[in-house]
Ligand binder design. Sequence first.
Ligand code: SAM
Ligand code: SF4
Length: 343
Amino acid sequence: MTPLPSTAPGSTLAPRRLVDSFGRVHNNLRISVTDRCNLRCVYCMPEQVEFMPRERLLSFEEIARFVAIVAPMGVDKIRLTGGEPLLRKDLDVLVRMLVAIEGIADVGLTTNAMLLAPMAARLRDAGLERINISLDTLDPGRFERLARRPGLDATIDGVLAAKRAGFDPIKLNAVIIRGFNEDDVVPLARFAREHGLGMRFIEYMPLDAGHSWERAKVVPADEILDAVAAAIGPLAPAPDQDPRAPALDYDYLDGGGRVGLISSVSRPFCMSCNRLRLTSDGKVRNCLFALDEADVRSLLRSGAADEAVAQVVAASVAGKWEGHEINTARFVQPDRPMHSIGG
Ligand code: SAM
Ligand code: SF4
């Protein structure tokens, strides 16, 4: 990231870098484009859900304006998410708009891939490079119990279409829940290896709509890593590890690929967090677990100057807390479940 000048204390101008009071520099923006989804994963969404009225969702133009405002403040990496982002019609149009913004080096997508097969080539042509695909199991019955909808075949079709379209890297994301899908760890890791895909395992976090998360349901990253190494082969920490990335990456010693572990619960990585979120209804969140958020939609819609938006974002980052406190008695689960925040 290019070093950017900071603003002098007391200045009325927006700071030119998004640095919080712990010195964490924020360059990574996750944008949720919708709270809607074609699945109902138990760890993310309620079974019955009332979605936001469409007029509350930011338009592509509003999202692009927001990104053009924060790019000069140091944001250079974007990930589109949701809800299911591919439910937003013509998402490739948004990708094209974001890729064209000066300073944006990387636009990625996190998707359940159910609708990816017919869209993959268009998204690639628009300039999307990285795709993360959520796949928690290779068993169709278990898929349906986890996602409360069938869809394994469509997801696999999406994975294969992403490969054909030339995305690189493609990573599979699996949330592992004790008593639900820990038996899938090894088959998923094998599947990823066979197809030349990255595999990332995510610890189950307290962001489910039913507030039924329990610590006993979290399968710690170390246990997952041990299971993969024992069944498939030895792994060693990746030499090119990005210290600010949430995943701890390990490479198979035989060169057969990479496994990442996102250990948000067992080994929180809050002190290296560089992420900021924009929800689909135009709220800035400085943490997945934040209990408050800053509204920028009203500014974007009321003719406010870019500087006013920049000030709100800078203030949100400046006020970021030290970490999520899941492992303390003080932890409070946010009201918004994951699909509504943007994972
Ligand atoms: N619908 C898309 C998908 O599933 O990839 C994008 C949105 S989804 C909210 C983004 C990521 O959040 C997915 O990889 C999903 O598995 C993960 N996720 C959702 N709820 C979670 C939870 N309670 N704990 C850990 N990860 C979660
Ligand atoms: Fe939908 Fe993704 Fe949440 Fe599953 S994890 S319900 S696919 S938003």
